[in-house]
Design a protein around this ligand. Sequence first.
Ligand SMILES: [Zn+2]
Length: 391
Amino acid sequence: MMRDLDISTLTKVRAIVAGRHDEILNSIRRLVEIESPSCDVQGSKGVVALLESIASTIPSITKIDKINSPDRGEHLLISAFAPSGNNHHATLILGHTDTVHPRGTLNAGYGLRAEGDRLYGPGIFDMKASCVMALEALRCLTEVDLLPERPVKLLLTCDEEIGSATGRPLVEHEARVAAQVLVLEPPAPGGRVKTARKGVGVWTVAAQGVASHAGLNPEAGASAILELARQTQRLHSWNDPVRGTSFNVGLVRGGTSGNVVAARAEIEVDVRFSAMDEAYRVENLMNTLQSFDERVLLQIKGGINRTPLERTDGVVKLFHHARKIAAGLGFDLEERAVGGASDGNFVAALNVPVLDGLGIDGDGAHAAHEHILVDDLAPRTALLAGLLATL
Ligand SMILES: [Zn+2]
């Protein structure tokens, strides 16, 4: 059951966030200044310690758990608000503290810098500013005395950017018992939330052919390179933009030298799909790949990494509710389907309603011009607080 929130309360929430503008920006700056590329244990522990110290100043936070991830760092799980009545299923907020920017980026000309409404910094948009935002949303709910009916959990993992090998079980464990999941990933341009994400499959196709001298007896050889060139054409011919399915051979390696018919080669294939039935169809296509030259042996490894986040009724309901809150705050919230996957895909696979792309607006994720739009801080934090208060 989604509660309504009156406009005067929303305005109050927004004013509180706006009043804390300098403190919030200061927290964001400090968080960005601790570099935390995936697998940088010291960096991960540094950002987690700072978030923990911010969290410890928020009275509604009841529990802070740090979960060790060997050779990667720490995941952070924060619990806030007690359940009222029978609403034991929490609203889970999902994010990550790792970035793709290697250590040293900060001092290599890509450090923190403000230009007009933009605040630039490595990992600021994806997603350090939004980690701070989530804590501030919890704080302002306490300040306006707006108690969510459900408990709130905030899970920030430390290995999202490298596939979530250790974060995934935590995400799934928490999502399975959550009423809904709000994902802090960056929004699509214009602040649009993400109501559909494609799924991803990754395969390696290795070919074992027969080597021979390219000059003396080329006929005796069976080229692994020729085989995979033909397979590449076949795979790309399966692209189906209407269905939203794409095959990309993005990496090729093999051969020994120019005068040898290649005995070995391999390709890496990235496949994207919008729906689960497409995922099964693609999986079947990949697993039954036959060689063109019967003297060449194909070895196929890989599979589906993330299933699609489909625009289910639960997703649409969450979006419409968020849109209503945004309207109360005076802005129009739009939605978008995107090709990239996130941890939101794992949640969707469990049939839990999820709304993704709730992070602060900006641009340049993973790039040198990564930045947030500072003016978006207050409305976006108020939107998140409004969601927590009413879901
Ligand atoms: Zn991200």
